[in-house]
Design a protein around this ligand. Structure first.
Ligand code: 13P
Ligand code: SF4
Length: 321
């Protein structure tokens, strides 16, 4: 613990020296989230991270999350230095959507508006008409559908199915999934709900349809946190990465938050509903990134590709403003 305190102090100093700000996602470990809070950075969902990084005056952004979040920051503000604790922090949705194959899929459907989730590479974003995050995807698809547009959606099939069901929009979909949310089990969730009949179920829409069907609230990480404050229940069963419990518990200390089961036997699995790539963001790696920067920490996006990808990202931020 003493060592941790030393690292925290060192990071605080480095942030000042480098005119840098820490931008963290709700799935990072509590010690990273609290550090961002203490240093005037932000802890947020992927949409708010993008906006905060774009609008903050700091010359250097250190993004604690996964690579697409760092890339998004760089695309939106190419003049800033964007560092990450590790560039090895991937996302299964991004990995499962290679730009060449996705582009060929788009070519097969030239009449469709291409809407991609932020959890993608710069090259996939560059191929899109719109980028969305889970906090505004539903509204955007509603809007496009009302104008009679047909949609090509990628890469998360569960989020796509959820939106399709809600809006009735004409959508063809890339078949990607998040390795974390794909693991929630409906039967075990039902069993847990029987034990806690008064609990409200909060679900991130990257979860399978049968989990979403049981939800009292469905939404992005920030929307789920809001629901945990606004719903009158004392107990919540939460189907998303367990990193989110830090903020929920902080805002509602008297409420009880339970992990939705990821194993079929009804037991909650302490290590399952946690993104392995988010878990790579640690204090040591943040200090190292700020101190040394360089190849293993600094995000680079090809300038031409970045310009292309900025168009649908700007649209996303303008639409959700
Ligand atoms: P949010 O936009 O809800 O923060 O989701 C990002 C993510 O990666 C969820 O798995
Ligand atoms: Fe990607 Fe899933 Fe990890 Fe989110 S939780 S970053 S969608 S792998």
């Amino acid at each position: 613990d003493e060592q941790k305190a030393q690292y925290r102090a060192k990071i605080k100093e480095l942030l000042q020296q480098r005119n840098a700000v820490l931008v963290a996602h709700y799935y990072t470990d509590p010690e990273i989230q609290s550090l961002a809070e203490e240093t005037g950075g932000c802890v947020a969902d992927s949409l708010e991270m993008a906006r905060f990084g774009r609008d903050h005056e700091a010359q250097t952004l250190i993004v604690a999350g996964v690579r697409f979040m760092g890339e998004t920051a760089k695309i939106l503000t190419p003049q800033k230095t964007v560092l990450m604790p590790t560039l090895k922090a991937e996302c299964s949705l991004d990995l499962g959507c290679p730009p060449d194959k996705f582009s060929a899929f788009c070519d097969e459907h030239p009449d469709r508006t291409v809407v991609v989730y932020a959890n993608t590479s710069a090259a996939v974003k560059a191929r899109a008409d719109w980028v969305v995050t889970s906090s505004m995807a539903l509204e955007l698809v509603e809007h496009l559908d009302s104008k009679g547009e047909k949609i090509l959606w990628g890469p998360d099939r569960h989020l796509g199915n959820y939106i399709q069901k809600q809006t009735g929009a004409d959508m063809v979909m890339w078949q990607g999934a998040c390795v974390v949310h794909d693991e929630f089990k409906a039967k075990a969730l039902l069993d847990l709900k029987k034990v806690h009949p008064d609990a409200a179920i909060l679900v991130h829409p990257e979860s399978p349809q049968n989990i979403v069907d049981m939800a009292d609230a469905v939404g992005s990480t920030s929307q789920l946190i809001k629901a945990s404050q606004e719903l009158p229940n004392d107990t919540f069963i939460v189907a998303t990465d367990r990193g989110i419990f830090y903020k929920m518990q902080q805002l509602q200390p008297h409420k009880t938050f339970l992990e939705a089961p990821t194993a079929g036997n009804g037991a909650t699995c302490r290590s399952c509903a946690h993104c392995p790539w988010m878990a790579m963001n640690g204090l040591v790696a943040i200090a190292e990134a700020l101190e040394h920067g360089g190849e293993s920490h600094e995000i680079h996006v090809d300038a031409e590709l970045g310009k292309q990808a900025m168009i649908p990202l700007d649209r996303m931020l303008a639409f959700s403003a």
